[in-house]
Design a binder for this molecule. Structure first.
Ligand SMILES: [Zn+2]
Ligand SMILES: [Zn+2]
Length: 165
């Protein structure tokens, strides 16, 4: 494993690198510490337009709402907080005035109706040197962009854009 891959600390133990682009980009497959790669997905946030993409959560923070994406292991039920717009990334968008506390939505495959996904996460970063120059020493936690995609474990339908931030 590349020691300088920009994988946030919270995800590191659940990440299996599938594309290594040094300290500026990485793509990982989510893998529970028990070895399972099938996850139940729940999210807070708005659903994208299915006609334009298969996004379930897509936002540019224009409304200040909280976006959360969680994955629960199908085998051992360990819950992984994959993304929280209030705490993750370089420019997180803490907005106490509009703390979205709505109900978590279930992801259900629109083909087979199962909530059982293999998940892939891509991170883009400004890079170690650049961020350390800005005194951002936890630079791996300060990614610029995150893209989550998935494949339904039930029917193999691909979801290319589950979350884009
Ligand atoms: Zn597990
Ligand atoms: Zn399916």
């Amino acid at each position: 494993m590349n020691p300088d891959s920009p994988i946030p600390g919270r995800i590191f133990n659940f990440a299996e690198i599938i594309e290594d682009r040094g300290d500026v980009a990485v793509k990982v497959s989510l893998k529970c510490t028990c070895g399972c790669k099938n996850f139940n997905v729940h999210y807070l946030g708005k659903k994208g337009t299915p006609f334009l993409s298969s996004s379930i959560v897509k936002t540019k923070h224009d409304d200040g709402k909280r976006i959360v994406f969680t994955a629960k292991c199908n085998a051992c039920k360990n819950q992984i907080l994959v993304y929280d717009s209030f705490i993750d990334g370089r420019e997180n968008h803490k907005n106490t005035k509009n703390n979205f506390t709505g109900k978590y939505c279930n992801f259900n495959c629109d083909n087979c109706n199962q909530n059982n996904l293999n998940l892939y996460i891509a991170y883009n970063s400004c890079g170690k040197e650049e961020l350390i120059k800005q005194n951002i020493f936890n630079w791996k936690d300060c990614f610029e962009e995150i893209f989550i995609s998935g494949v339904c474990a039930g029917c193999n339908k691909a979801y290319n854009a589950l979350l884009e931030e």
